[in-house]
Design a protein around this ligand. Structure first.
Ligand code: GUN
Length: 291
């Protein structure tokens, strides 16, 4: 039997309509409009698309978005000055610096310059530390979206073996932290595989939940998947065939119990969780002001 297709696009629309109502209620109650500032440095084609998607999504649900474009040749000092201005601007509740950054920049220096209260990506060292301690300020958007997808599709994580392929700071590592936490959407046994793992297939065949964020088109083949497993594909690879995930979807869907498509799986949820984090940042700002 073919796998259940986990429709991230439809779920994203449902969650966005929930957030839209919460934004309207917040605006009516406080007179404040949640605002996200997005900084894009250089001309990375994929980043241009992602940033545009984020802006459009904000506007549709009543969140203000401000775009700051800086040239590829921008110095770290110039970018830090821009971030500092946004940190001080009370009308801006969330700040996002689109990654990757040009080579002359130290990425973590930049991310750590955003005040943690406005760090809606949850990439600041303070926020990463808080996540690892189980007392998050924000959850990182892609892992948060995946956890929400699992919860809302009633896919249990407690006591399950979750295998993650990829150890990035954006997906692999924070995904492991979320799945291992105590409570809803957590309590899993977690394995992270990466380029130095000797036999990745031997690990993935043990996975009840397999999350793939490696950036190689169709890396996961049917023989690497346990029958009935849930397969989450974070890949976005531009190939001659068009946009392709890290999973060989047509073959793996015949083995898996549930699987996300690409496009229309994880991507729309990532943007949705960014919207939710921006609303949370605005609410936190309001509450702090009242103290
Ligand atoms: N580049 C790829 N994914 C992301 C993300 O989630 N946030 C930011 N800021 N940049 C990215």
């Amino acid at each position: 039997m073919s796998a259940q297709i986990l429709d991230g696009k439809a779920l994203a629309e449902q969650i966005r309509s929930e957030i839209k109502e919460q934004v309207a209620a917040f605006v009516a109650e406080t007179g404040l409009t949640p605002c996200l500032a997005v900084i894009l440095v250089g001309n990375n084609a994929a980043s241009e698309v992602y940033v545009r998607n984020k802006q459009v999504a904000c506007e549709k649900i009543g969140i203000k978005s401000e775009m700051y474009r800086l040239p590829e040749t921008t110095s770290e000092r110039e970018l830090l000055t821009q971030i500092d201005m946004l940190n001080r601007n009370d009308a801006v509740h969330g700040i996002l610096v689109q990654l990757p950054l040009p080579k002359q920049m130290n990425e973590q220096n930049i991310l750590d310059a955003i005040i943690p209260e406005k760090d809606v990506d949850a990439f600041h060292s303070d926020n990463v530390g808080r996540i690892s301690q189980g007392r998050p300020r924000f959850l990182p958007c892609t892992p948060y979206g995946i956890q929400e997808l699992l919860i809302r599709n009633h896919i249990a994580t407690a006591g399950k073996h979750a295998v993650i392929i990829g150890r990035s700071n954006i997906v692999g590592k924070p995904m492991a932290l979320l799945l291992v936490q105590k409570g809803c959407g957590g309590d899993a046994t977690v394995t992270i595989c990466h380029s130095r793992t000797p036999d990745i297939a031997a690990m993935t065949r043990q996975a009840d939940i397999l999350i793939v964020a490696i950036g190689q088109a169709k890396f996961v083949t049917a023989d690497m998947v346990k029958p009935g497993a849930t397969v989450i594909d974070v890949g976005m690879n531009r190939t001659e065939e068009g946009l392709v995930g890290d999973v060989d979807f047509s073959a793996v869907k015949e083995i898996a119990g549930a699987i996300t498509p690409v496009p229309g799986g994880v991507g729309p949820l990532t943007v949705t969780m960014l919207l939710l984090n921006t609303l949370t940042a605005a609410k936190n700002f309001k509450n702090c002001r009242q103290l």
